[in-house]
Ligand binder design. Structure first.
Ligand SMILES: Cc1ncc(COP(=O)(O)O)c(C=O)c1O
Length: 377
């Protein structure tokens, strides 16, 4: 099988597989908060992982809160910032029109709960958020801004450093959903102007159910899961130390292999170019915008993305029609709708997202399968 759904979930890295085998072999299972020697060893290991992640992400260890992944991180930050904002009489919050459902649904939930106004920044037809619209709408009475760093469907990279700078000038906290960006391009938290960022381990080759929050100052966060004193009492519950160790190892491996991803980018550009030459009506969403190295979201108008997906699977190639969590829906993707893409173009959309472990020949295989499929329609 040729797996081309890295944006949905990346395969577990080889280094993680080795680590897990070693851990299972060692039989060192304990609560990392226990005072006995195994517990203390695991705690030390966990704190070393925190340091590794911090270094890789351009942050300090004290700026990392381990949790179960991006959805939890996003919910935590919304909860904390919106409770603060309610007390401080703030009346609105702003998100973009291409956010992941974790952001959209939290924003809608808290706006309804606290009677706040939800303001949405428009997206340009190339998938980038409209900065002029953002500047016009941003105001100091906002509880928070939540805008992603890279879109999960199009792979379009947003100008998050600039957004962060504008938020700081307006004194509005900025949550940036970095789930799709980290591990796929370089990133430095303390140079990014972001106040809060989130990440899921399974997007970089770690295990599902593990993730982290990066925060400028953890003292500004309220606790989200109330329990023991783990994670500075901000996120109670026994730490998932195997998940954390796998996360640190996968993150390190994916960041070390960023150069390989850049090599793959050349293949992706060539793949898109040759496919367009063969099928001139083919549309590449976000074509002229800065994009993740290995994401292609494309459509041959008049086709059905779901049918193409099923046919590709028969060729042994696994893709999605939009994001994995919306893949079963028959309507066109909300992201494409908000980029003003027509029904005809949107209906044919398929997302191809690969990673550094794919050999570069994979693009040639996808090209050949797509040519066969499109020509047979
Ligand atoms: C941009 C983005 N944000 C948030 C999430 C949620 O991540 P998780 O399901 O790991 O909590 C995803 C997952 O696809 C994503 O792509």
């Amino acid at each position: 099988m040729l797996y081309a759904d890295y944006n949905g979930s990346a395969p577990v890295s080889n280094c993680v597989k080795e680590l897990l085998m070693k851990k299972l072999d060692q039989c060192e299972y304990a609560n990392p908060n226990a005072a006995h020697s195994i517990g203390q060893n695991l705690y030390m290991e966990q704190e070393n992982c925190r340091m590794t992640c911090a270094k890789l992400l351009g942050a300090k260890s004290s700026q990392i809160i381990f949790n179960s992944g991006s959805t939890e991180g996003i919910s935590h930050i919304f909860n904390s910032l919106l409770l603060d904002a309610k007390e401080n009489g703030k009346s609105s919050l702003m998100i973009s029109s291409i956010e992941h459902p974790a952001v959209v649904n939290n924003a809608e939930y808290y706006c309804q709960l606290f009677g706040m106004e939800l303001i949405t920044v428009q997206t340009k037809s190339n998938g980038e958020i409209d900065l002029e619209d953002f500047k016009n709408k941003l105001n100091p009475n906002m509880a928070m801004v939540s805008i992603m760093a890279a879109n999960n469907e199009t792979g379009v990279i947003q100008p998050y450093c600039e957004i962060g700078k504008l938020c700081r000038e307006a004194n509005v906290p900025f949550l940036c959903d970095t789930t799709q960006l980290i591990g796929k391009t370089s990133f430095n938290f303390n140079e990014s102007n972001i106040d809060y960022a989130v990440l899921s381990s399974h997007k970089v080759g770690g295990l599902i159910g593990s993730g982290l929050i990066l925060c400028q100052d953890a003292n500004n966060l309220r606790p989200f899961i109330i329990g023991g004193n783990q994670e500075r009492s901000l996120r109670g519950g026994t730490q998932n130390y195997i998940g954390i160790a796998s996360f640190a190892c996968a993150l390190e491996s994916s960041i070390k292999k960023l150069e390989q991803l850049e090599e793959l980018k050349k293949e992706r550009i060539n793949f898109e170019k040759t496919l367009k030459e063969k099928f001139p009506s083919l549309v590449i969403f976000g074509e002229d915008a800065p994009r993740l190295a290995s994401t292609s979201f494309l459509s041959l108008p008049g086709t059905s993305g779901q049918k193409i997906q099923a046919k590709l699977e028969k060729h042994g190639i696994l893709v999605t029609t939009s994001s994995a969590c919306c893949d079963q829906k028959t309507s066109i993707s909300r992201i494409l709708e908000n980029m003003n893409v027509s029904e005809e173009q949107g209906a044919g959309a398929i997302r191809i997202s690969i990673g550094h472990s794919n050999p570069k020949e994979d693009y040639a295989k996808i090209y050949s399968a797509l040519c066969d499929i499109y020509q047979s329609l």
